[in-house]
Design a protein around this ligand. Structure first.
Ligand code: THU
Length: 157
């Protein structure tokens, strides 16, 4: 038996103005997407935005259902849309914010799996920007947020 360790590197910005302009723009797009959320049940609006390596930005938001579990998280809905409509493109960065923003908006477990799946498929890391009201946490890869992601090792792509 051996004990192994996983190191988790992340950047913390106490103020969004410390970030490069591209990141501030992406966080602003995610923030704007919060206004399109349909969240009458939780009252918690989430916005997500991706930037592709060619500079295109797309965004989405969480959508809830009267049959509560049928709703979809902002980042998962967005990534499924990307897979269906921009399958050839590579995502460089994904920003997530919420309203209200009691703290930085970190993705739920199911979304972490889907972000990690997307990263694996595109064979390039996805930077994840988790915005708070002023602060931001950034990780360089989805793997950081979900080591030991589930894999169907025998599945063909
Ligand atoms: N939500 C997201 O959109 N993303 C997450 O990663 C976690 C939670 C949404 C789902 C639900 O509409 C609301 O936030 C409260 O859980």
């Amino acid at each position: 038996m051996e004990t192994r360790h996983i190191d988790l590197d992340y950047s913390y910005y106490s103020d969004r103005c410390e970030l490069p302009e591209e990141d501030r723009i992406l966080l602003a797009a995610a923030e704007k997407a919060c206004t399109t959320a349909y969240a009458p049940y939780s009252g918690f609006r989430v916005g997500a935005a991706v930037r592709f390596d060619d500079g295109e930005v797309l965004s989405s938001s969480n959508q809830e259902s009267e049959a509560f579990p049928s709703g979809i998280c902002a980042e998962r809905g967005l990534l499924y849309f990307v897979q269906a409509n921009r399958p050839q493109k590579k995502i460089q960065s994904l920003a997530i914010v919420s309203s209200p923003a009691p703290t930085e908006c970190t993705p739920c477990g199911a979304c972490r799996q889907v972000i990690a799946d997307t990263e694996q498929r595109q064979k390039a890391p996805i930077r994840i920007l988790m915005g708070g009201e002023r602060s931001t946490i950034i990780v360089k890869s989805a793997q950081t947020l979900l080591p030991f992601r589930f894999t169907l090792t025998s599945a063909k792509e």
